[in-house]
Design a protein around this ligand. Structure first.
Ligand code: ATP
Ligand code: MG
Length: 251
C-alpha cells in the first residue's frame, strides 16, 4: 500500500450524498446529505433504527446503486457515475460485500463459490485461482469444508465462506450489511471475531449492525437517523422526541 496516498486521501469520501427512491407517486428520501470519510485501515460501524438508510448507504458504497446527488470518491477517484460495466469492474476489484443472508450459490461448492469473483478477472489462471481460494478459506478457518455445499454448512460457517468470497480479490474495503443478523449469538460472535482479526491485519471494514455490543467494538460508530448522520446527543434527543422515527416522505 502507498502510505503517502493513504494518509493524504481517505479511502472513501462522501460529500453531500443523497438518495431518493421514486415509487408510484411517492418519493422516499432514504439519504439526505451524507458526508463521511473512511480512512484506510479503519473499522467503522453504522447503526441506527430500521429504515434510516443504512443498507441504502452501504449499497451505494458498494456501487450496487447509484446515488441521486452528491459525490463518492473511492481512493480519490470519482466513482459516482461510472455506468454499469465500469462500476462492476471497480466493484469486483476493490470492494468485498457481505450480506445478512450470506447469498452463497446453493449449486456451487464452497471452493466454487469463493472462486467466483476471480473468474470475472483477467489474468488469473486455474492454478493461481486454486491457490488463492485455499488461502482465503484458510484465513476464515473453512479449508476443511471446501468440497461441501452451502446447504451442508451451519449459518456461521456459511457466513465465513461468504467472508472468504468477499476477500478473494483482495479488496480495498469490506462492506458488511448486518453480517451477524441471521446468526445465533455464538456464531455471530465468531463472525465478529473474524472481522476484528481481518481489521487487525489491515483490512478496512464498514459494517452495518443493529447490535450495540458489536458496534462498540468497531473503531468508530456512525449513527444514522432519517437518512442523516447525527452525533450521539442529537441521536438520543431525537429518539426520545420520536420513539419510532419516520422518514421524510414527500408525495
Ligand atoms: N428499492 C427501493 N425502492 C423504494 N424505496 C426503498 C428502496 N430501498 C429502500 N427504500 C426505502 O428507503 C428507506 C431506507 O431503507 P434502508 O433499507 O436503507 O433502511 P435500513 O436502515 O437498512 O433498515 P433496516 O435496519 O430495516 O435494514 C426505507 O424507507 C425504505 O423503504
Ligand atoms: Mg438494512
Amino acid at each position: 500500500m502507498n502510505q503517502t496516498a493513504s494518509t493524504a486521501t481517505p479511502l472513501i469520501r462522501l460529500e453531500g450524498l443523497s438518495k431518493v427512491f421514486h415509487t408510484d407517486e411517492m418519493e422516499t428520501h432514504a439519504l439526505s446529505g451524507i458526508t463521511l470519510d473512511i480512512a484506510s485501515g479503519e473499522f467503522v460501524a453504522i447503526t441506527g433504527p430500521s429504515g434510516c438508510g443504512k443498507s441504502t448507504l452501504l449499497s451505494i458504497l458498494g456501487l450496487l446503486e447509484p446515488s441521486s446527488a452528491g459525490r463518492y470518491l473511492l481512493e480519490g477517484h470519482d466513482v459516482g457515475n461510472l455506468g454499469l460495466r465500469r462500476g462492476a469492474q471497480v466493484r469486483n476489484g476493490q470492494i468485498g460485500f457481505i450480506f445478512q443472508a450470506f447469498n452463497l450459490i446453493a449449486d456451487l461448492s464452497v471452493e466454487e463459490n469463493v472462486a467466483l469473483p476471480l473468474t470475472y478477472r483477467d489474468g488469473v489462471d486455474a492454478n493461481n485461482r486454486r491457490q488463492r481460494v485455499r488461502e482465503v478459506l484458510e484465513l476464515v478457518g473453512m479449508s476443511h469444508r471446501g468440497r461441501h455445499y452451502p446447504g451442508q454448512l451451519s449459518g456461521g460457517q456459511q457466513q465465513r465462506v461468504a467472508v472468504a468470497r468477499a476477500l478473494v480479490n483482495d479488496p480495498s474495503i469490506l462492506l458488511a450489511d448486518e453480517p451477524t443478523g441471521n446468526l445465533d449469538s455464538r456464531n455471530g460472535e465468531a463472525v465478529m471475531q473474524l472481522l476484528e482479526q481481518l481489521n487487525d491485519n489491515g483490512t478496512t471494514i464498514c459494517m452495518v449492525t443493529h447490535d450495540q455490543a458489536f458496534a462498540r467494538r468497531a473503531g468508530r460508530t456512525v449513527l444514522m437517523l432519517d437518512g442523516r448522520i447525527v452525533d450521539e446527543d442529537t441521536f438520543e434527543r431525537m429518539r426520545h422526541e420520536d420513539d419510532m422515527p419516520q422518514l421524510e416522505v414527500v408525495s
